[in-house]
Design a protein around this ligand. Structure first.
Ligand SMILES: C[S@@+](CC[C@H](N)C(=O)[O-])C[C@H]1O[C@@H](n2cnc3c(N)ncnc32)[C@H](O)[C@@H]1O
Length: 204
């Protein structure tokens, strides 16, 4: 775990000391289920796919539509597409300072995900995407650059446009966890945290 030098993160941490505490409830799945679809290769997300069915049942999430910010090669996108009728994946497809900047890889991911007809990829920065009108979703997954400011901005919009918003890397990036705290505070929703697989914040 790295110490963040992000001003907005420390502002939130220190400002939070004077505000009511947001409780973080451990998320303990009742059951684990391997989804029918799985993309090969390494992903830091590996393991989370096995709690999706539990999450959907526990929080009565409608499975008609799902939105994901941060697709990369599509490991999490494919897992989500096992349970939702439609999955929209938004990404710049250029990487970022935390998972590595690269030449654009949109075509590569598009080709890799072409067998899955219910996945639609959108090549866009989340800031551009959320300026549009997209309705609401059963679930939104946030897994973009792991700064406090971006996770909070994207996460707040996501919580306001879904029944449930999930955030990867709450355990490996304190900035992500702090952003999820602020999203829960701003929306009055509960924050559950699954500690395995680098952490998954759940705002519902
Ligand atoms: C950690 S990876 C996503 C991994 C993927 N969710 C998985 O587990 O299979 C982060 C992705 O977020 C994308 N990203 C970073 N900042 C972004 C932004 N501002 N808008 C859209 N996508 C962004 C990067 O291009 C990268 O592909």
């Amino acid at each position: 775990m790295r110490v963040s030098l992000e001003f907005a993160y420390w502002q939130s941490v220190l400002g939070g000391l004077a505000k009511p505490r947001i409780s973080v409830t451990p998320y303990i799945p009742d059951r684990r289920e391997t989804p029918p679809r799985r993309l090969g290769g390494f992903s830091a997300w590996d393991g989370i796919q096995d709690i999706l069915a539990d999450l959907i049942e526990r929080f009565h999430i409608q499975t008609d539509s799902c939105l994901e910010f941060g697709v990369e090669c599509g490991f999490s996108t494919v897992a989500l597409s096992s349970y939702f009728d439609s999955v929209v994946g938004v990404d710049t497809f250029r990487g970022d300072k935390h998972n590595g900047k690269r030449p654009e890889f949109f075509e590569e991911t598009l080709c890799q995900l072409s067998p899955y007809a219910n996945i639609k990829l959108v090549r866009s920065d989340y800031r551009e995407f959320i300026r549009g009108e997209h309705g609401s979703f059963g679930l939104i997954h946030v897994d973009i650059v792991h700064t406090f400011a971006d996770t909070f901005a994207c996460g707040l919009w996501s919580a306001r446009h879904s029944r449930c918003a999930i955030f990867h890397d709450t355990e490996s990036f304190p900035q992500v966890k702090q952003a999820v705290i602020e999203v829960a505070r701003a929306t009055g929703r509960r924050f559950y945290n699954f500690q395995e697989c680098y952490g998954l914040g759940i705002v519902v």
